[in-house]
Design a binder for this molecule. Structure first.
Ligand code: 6PG
Length: 240
């Protein structure tokens, strides 16, 4: 049974500071390497910018953290739609991390299926096994967004990828755009998962996810560890 923790902050900036602080505390509490899966979308950009600035720039244990992505559009890393590009611009190009700590989803010179296979191999090599063990999580933190249709990562309503329980990654199409996504079993293999949800446009879908509407991919996500909902008061529909 997933342990769910809800926190509502008054503004998007307060939300970004709270999540930056939460991530920093979790990473500092561990002595060895720490793995984070990042989300794309507009909400986390402010979080990434916040982490890359003081006081987090100095406090966060950048040398021990490995960065992965929960999903990616199948475009060049220089493309404005690239989640890697957004994260690099907002955070990773501004902080003391080595190339070997950054694990972008490959998108160039291969097919989408090959990209999914390559990323699955990279995740398995990092994890040290080809099968997920419930006593050993792939990620320490998985950050997730929530789309207005209830999607998270690139797990969209009605997609066959929602039924995938063996593969860790998959290629998927949404509105004519190819994406690579981690599957439920890979995303769920984490000590902490956090949805970051901001803005009135998310209020209705957030309420449905919290009620556990099984038609929504975000509501079907059941991490091994704790599930946090970090929301601003516009999304939560109440004063923060
Ligand atoms: C992406 C992610 C997607 C995103 C949500 C929320 O767009 O890269 O696939 O899951 O996190 O759509 O996006 P916003 O934060 O922009 O609302």
């Amino acid at each position: 049974m997933t342990n769910t923790i809800n926190e509502t902050l008054p503004t998007p900036a307060a939300l970004a500071r709270r999540v930056a602080s939460w991530m920093t505390d979790l990473a500092c509490a561990r002595q060895d390497r720490f793995a984070i899966a990042l989300s794309g979308g507009s909400t986390p950009r402010l979080l990434y910018q916040t982490l890359a600035a003081e006081p987090y720039l100095d406090r966060f244990p950048w040398q021990r953290v490995h960065w992965f992505w929960g999903d990616e559009r199948f475009v060049a890393h220089s493309d404005p739609d690239s989640n890697y590009r957004m994260t690099a611009e907002a955070m990773l190009s501004l902080v003391p991390v080595l190339h070997a700590q950054i694990h972008p989803i490959p998108t160039v010179g291969i097919t989408a299926e090959e990209a999914a296979d390559t990323y699955q191999s990279e995740l398995r090599a990092f994890y040290g096994a080809d099968f997920l063990n419930p006593t050993h999580n792939l990620f320490d933190i998985v950050l997730l967004g929530l789309g207005e249709d209830g999607h998270t990562a690139s797990l969209f309503p009605g997609s066959p990828v929602l039924e995938e329980r063996n593969r860790w990654t998959a290629a998927t199409d949404k509105g004519g755009q190819t994406r690579i996504t981690l599957t439920y079993p890979a995303l769920e293999s984490c000590a902490n998962a956090a949805f970051l949800v901001s803005g009135t446009s998310k209020r209705e879908i957030l309420a449905r996810v919290r009620k556990g509407d099984e038609n929504l991919p975000a509501a079907r996500f059941q991490p091994m560890g704790d599930l946090h909902f970090f929301t601003d008061s516009d999304a939560a529909g109440c004063a923060g």
